[in-house]
Write a protein that binds this ligand. Structure first.
Ligand code: SF4
Ligand code: SF4
Length: 394
């Protein structure tokens, strides 16, 4: 279940007002617009909040266009249209056109469900630069079992072909886990056949719905090592054959000894705006016991520069040991605060992925369980309205 922190606790409660002053930071170069939490699919690793069913009303077209304009004024250059499924928004072409006029490089991040050739052409006319389609697997059975839809796979294939036919650059994204990682060769073959420009073989990260399904999703060390070796082999062979496809393999944190530098630093480069207008330094941050501002109440500049929650993890004065005196703190900034919060109950702790963390044994235990667990897909907690309403009730 989603954890809620005590607002009165010194360690994991609300921000200390002393952190409210502005701290050094970069520009929000990358703006992620989560247009809606509605989605026809039910992926059990979805990074949307568990309680999305309790979120407020979605921003209007004009509110989104105002956000995009403010973002550009602050230096944002990349704009991702995400969700949920952004195609659910009937004003998507208008939003793309507005963003294009402002000078953004625009990227549609979609499951492909709800897309068709006419919409794709209209988006191109509106100025859309790039389309990323997510697949669940390389065959219909596994794909549709994970997506919770009988027709999703064929639709994705058709739309991937159409993306190329219409001359868009294309990213294909596969979230990999124990149910599909052994098919990595077939996944790569499919991507080659579809003429993808980039392929993200993104091993599942355990936030949101994925955290609820960790046991059902976490691959074993051997599965991971095999998949990485196969990918490296394909990379070499494809390059030697002159194929320009780029294969990007992302290892799950749970098999690392040091955390990644989360979001290139909290409030440094990335800015997410959720469907109801909540502004976040990272799309998962809503789970933390911090008060996040809404674009309906403050300008984006006020939020980015001066909001206490955006300043909270900037710099290192929030750090505890072992991070405080660590000579690697400028590389990873203490890791992921959401992971620290989920696994230790205190967002100020070092990310337990780090072998220097006193809580690292929780990661090691999860790896050990992955070696022994037997699971069936019907044990998944699927991401859907019904399950979300249960989380929203608390
Ligand atoms: S991960 Fe799956 S359920 Fe979540 S928004 Fe994407 S397609 Fe929908
Ligand atoms: S102790 Fe903290 S700063 Fe040092 S490597 Fe681990 S997570 Fe990073």
């Amino acid at each position: 279940m989603r954890k809620t922190g005590s607002p009165c606790s010194g360690q994991s409660g609300l921000p200390n007002p002393a952190f409210g002053h502005e701290k050094p930071h970069g520009k929000p170069l990358w703006l992620l617009a989560e247009l809606t939490y509605k989605c026809p699919l039910q992926c059990p690793y979805c990074s949307n909040p568990l309680d999305f069913a309790g979120a407020g009303a979605e921003l209007t077209t004009q509110q989104w266009l105002d956000v995009f304009a403010q973002g550009r004024e602050m230096g944002a250059v990349q704009l991702g249209f995400s969700g949920g499924e952004p195609l659910v928004r009937q004003d998507l072409a208008d939003l793309i056109a507005g963003a294009h006029e402002l000078g953004y490089y625009t990227n549609l991040i979609t499951s492909g469900v709800g897309l068709n050739a006419a919409k794709m052409a209209a988006f191109k006319q509106a100025g859309l630069d790039h389309i990323q389609i997510s697949f669940q697997a390389s065959d219909a059975d596994v794909n549709n079992m994970l997506a919770g839809s009988k027709k999703a796979f064929e639709q994705k294939l058709a739309m991937a072909r159409e993306v190329k036919a219409q001359g868009y650059p294309m990213v294909l994204n596969f979230v990999t886990h124990r149910h599909n990682i052994d098919q990595i060769d077939r996944i790569i073959e499919l991507c080659v056949a579809l003429e993808a420009d980039y392929v993200e073989l993104a091993t599942c990260q355990y936030y949101g719905w994925a955290y609820e399904n960790t046991e059902q999703l976490l691959p074993t060390q051997a599965q991971l090592a095999h998949a990485e070796a196969v990918t490296n082999d394909y990379r070499e062979r494809l390059a030697a054959a002159g194929n320009p496809i780029k294969l990007i393999f992302v290892t799950p944190d749970y098999y690392e000894e040091r955390p990644k530098g989360c979001m290139n630093g909290w409030g440094q480069v990335f800015l997410t705006v959720t469907p109801d207008g909540t502004a976040l330094p990272c799309h998962s941050a809503r789970m933390l016991p911090l008060e996040f501002p809404n674009v309906a109440d403050s300008t984006l500049k006020e939020i980015w520069d001066a909001n206490p929650s955006f300043n909270y993890f900037r710099g290192d004065d929030w750090m505890q040991e072992p991070c405080r005196s660590c000579d690697e703190k400028d590389k990873d900034f203490g890791g992921c605060h959401c992971q620290a919060y989920m696994l230790t109950g205190d967002m100020h702790n070092a990310d337990p992925v780090c072998s220097k963390s006193a809580h690292h044994h929780k990661i090691v235990t999860a790896r050990e369980r992955a070696e022994t667990v037997t699971n069936a897909p019907d044990q998944f907690v699927y991401r859907n309205e019904r399950n979300s309403r249960v989380f929203a009730k608390g």
